[in-house]
Design a protein around this ligand. Sequence first.
Ligand SMILES: Nc1ncnc2c1ncn2[C@@H]1O[C@H](COP(=O)(O)OP(=O)(O)OP(=O)(O)O)[C@@H](O)[C@H]1O
Ligand SMILES: [Mg+2]
Length: 294
Amino acid sequence: MATVVSFINYKGGVGKTTLAVEISASLAYHQKKRVLLVDLDPQTNATFYLVTVAKWKDWANEDKTLKSIFTAAMDEPPQEIDVHNVIHKDFLRHPRTHEIVSLHLLPSHIELMSTDMDLAMKFGARGFEARRILRTVFEKIKDDYDYIICDCPPNLNLITQNAILASNGITVVAMPEYLSTLGISEIEKAVKKLVGEVNRSIEGFGKVEEPTIKGIIFNRVSTKYGGTVTEQGIMERVRETWGDIVFKEFVSHSVKLAESAEPSKSPIAISGYAADSVYEEQLKKCASRFSERN
Ligand SMILES: Nc1ncnc2c1ncn2[C@@H]1O[C@H](COP(=O)(O)OP(=O)(O)OP(=O)(O)O)[C@@H](O)[C@H]1O
Ligand SMILES: [Mg+2]
């Protein structure tokens, strides 16, 4: 039965996508978990991290993206969609062993940009109907995976709310800098408020369990050895508030991580090259902690 985890931070550019993809790849390759990565962001970055734009265009032309799921739910009457049809498999091979990595992808679509507005118009911005679409879809595939990992956009729109209400836990990615850590308690409050609102409005549907923050991972730490004194101070303060939820494992800043986002390169978490081993190891440790917590 899959555990669903959403990677969230209101703050943009902190590494949600990078860590969602890399940790998914590490779970799939090193831990042999069955992983589905769901790209919820219209920026489509997690998708382009793994496949070329040309490949994505093929999928988009065949209506095999996340957009089809939301469109089908908004049809009159709503269409039943076979979710297996929009999930892509066998696109990732280990660069050295050429083994197929058990990472599946539900790709995003740039046109999801307007889906939030469409959902609000169709169902009303506060209704459970607009927010339970992914939850219903995931129910159908939960037995196929160990983890379903949602890479969320940097906002709390209806698509992100769909991910939250379908999740068992939340992973917050932050950078060791003041502004990137400010919003963590706001995320917790927003999730509580959302779940509370939904639970008050859905008599007869059963209660939605609140997904709690089960991990805070620091990314772009400026050295391999744990960061500058200032960064260490910031991480310590976050630890004082959040305790053990903060991973002691972290990912350092490296152009190699930025480069591994090119689809011609494999995720660095499964690189297998000695030159990348520091980062592969960091990600492997984060993925181990992740699976211990989720
Ligand atoms: N550890 C790292 N070292 C160097 N560059 C990194 C690292 N992690 C992420 N980056 C780069 O930082 C940028 C932002 O990363 P990413 O897209 O993962 O953030 P995000 O939080 O998903 O952003 P958004 O909020 O826009 O979705 C990207 O260009 C990425 O390649
Ligand atoms: Mg992102």
